[in-house]
Ligand binder design. Structure first.
Ligand code: AMP
Ligand code: GLY
Length: 419
């Protein structure tokens, strides 16, 4: 089969890496890809929202399946566009991807179907939002409704911070149209868990759980990022909690989407928090997580293409899905300054010195034969071992072998599992 993956980050590198092991794939393309993906797939200079160019390329190249990985093209309807042209595509249609594309939609769905989530109010005008906010106390969480590259959420520790976040979103419109509505939400405390599932309408098959680290600095300090590191499994979280999340949150959400006439087909990502009052939903994403994918797919022992095809054929319930017992830890190496402004084009050295980790490129490019930085998150180094301790050691040892000016990373990835 001839397969085209849409996207350009570390997640897409991990997906392409996993698909590249499939004996059924004769040719892999990635649009637009990055400096690391180029070693495994033919990268084509078409970007994620160039729908006409993507479908024309898919027709010309007789592509059998287009795998749409990122949130933006899913929310904007790339799967619908491809299907309308008779091209097979993997991922939810726009009417289901809205579970990520609109936090207001997601919160109303969960409320309607009594699925556990943080208490909230939503607003589409600044004055009433501000008036409501002033009746609340900090800490409190302010969220832009739409997609904001993982940066639309402020966990405000003071009311000043909360009011500033609300003003940024609704008055100064720093997230553009994504901030036309806001969700003001109860602050929850507890361990977080990313629980991703393959979903084919009402069949839900959980992937192995993982945990992300959103804030940019050690000990969860500093502003939120797209994710600074992940690990899987979560040895400190009981299997019964994962089952509770499946039964009370993930399965009911898939069923609710079917009941709403918006069946979800693809990867459904539940961002969960394990509160003293049970598991609650923080967010849903309509796609693989980044960098969760960089620890999940290395543990997958089944051909990923078979799972994608089973979802598209409606046979996910019968599809075998095997996971290894290994642990995986992914540490993100970011550009100096990220998540604020950062330079690009810094030469990266030492990639050839890496010993036994998987290096997934997130923001790199090739300039005159040299790999250079080209994004905020630059690389994800995934160590694999018999347990979290060994996987961590391997990831950090290999990270030390890689250099670029001002490289930044957290030193405490996966420590929550070891405390
Ligand atoms: P999101 O973009 O919705 O994943 O939110 C980013 C991060 O903000 C999450 O990973 C949490 O760490 C934090 N967060 C979001 N909502 C809440 C909440 N209601 N209570 C506490 N933390 C939250
Ligand atoms: N790692 C968080 C996300 O993919 O949204």
């Amino acid at each position: 089969m001839r397969v085209l993956v849409i996207g350009r980050g570390g997640r897409e590198h991990a997906i392409v890496w996993s698909l590249s092991k499939s004996p059924k794939i004769s040719k892999l393309f990635c649009a637009p890809g990055n400096g690391g993906i180029a070693g495994l797939a033919e990268c084509v200079p078409i970007t994620e929202l160039q729908f006409e160019e993507i479908s024309t390329f898919a027709k010309e190249q007789a592509i059998d399946l287009v795998m749409v990985a990122p949130d933006d093209p899913l929310a904007a309807g790339l799967v619908d566009h491809l299907e309308a042209k008779g091209i097979a595509a993997f991922g939810p249609r726009a009417n289901a991807a809205i579970i990520e594309g609109s936090k207001v939609f997601m919160k109303e769905l969960l409320k309607k179907y009594s699925i556990p989530t943080a208490a909230y109010e939503s607003f589409d005008a600044y004055e009433p939002a501000l008036a409501y906010l002033r009746t609340q106390t900090a800490p409190i969480v302010i969220k832009a409704d739409g997609l904001a590259a993982g940066k639309g959420v402020t966990v405000a520790q003071t009311m000043e911070e909360a009011e500033a976040a609300l003003k940024d979103i609704m008055v100064d419109q720093v997230f553009g149209k994504s901030g036309a509505s806001v969700v003001i939400e109860e602050f929850l405390t507890g361990q977080e868990m990313s629980l991703l599932a393959f979903v084919d309408g009402s069949t839900v098959r959980l992937m192995v759980p993982s945990q992300d680290h959103k804030p940019v600095f050690d000990n969860d300090k500093g502003p939120n990022t797209g994710g600074m590191g992940t690990y899987s499994p979560l040895p400190h979280i009981r299997e019964s909690i994962v089952q509770e999340a499946l039964e009370k949150i993930v399965q009911p959400t898939a069923d609710a989407m079917v009941a709403e006439g918006r069946p979800f087909k693809g990867v459904l990502y539940a961002g969960l928090i394990l509160t003293p009052n049970g598991v609650k939903t923080i967010e849903f994403n309509a796609r693989f997580g980044d960098p969760e994918t960089q620890v999940i797919l290395p543990r997958l022992q089944t051909d990923l293409l078979d799972i994608f095809l089973a979802i598209n054929n409606g046979t996910l319930a019968e599809q075998p899905i095997e996971w290894s017992e290994d642990a995986a830890v992914c540490v993100i190496v970011a550009s100096p300054g990220y998540p604020a402004a950062y330079p690009k084009g810094l030469p990266i050295t030492g990639l050839d010195q890496v010993q036994d980790s998987l290096v997934f490129h997130a923001g790199t490019a090739i300039e005159d034969g040299q790999i250079v930085t080209n994004g905020g998150r630059v690389l994800g180094i995934t160590g694999i071992g018999k347990d979290i301790i060994e996987a961590r050691q391997k990831a950090y040892a290999d990270l030390d072998r890689i250099h670029f000016d001002g490289k930044h990373y957290r030193t405490d990835i996966a420590m929550k599992a070891l405390k």
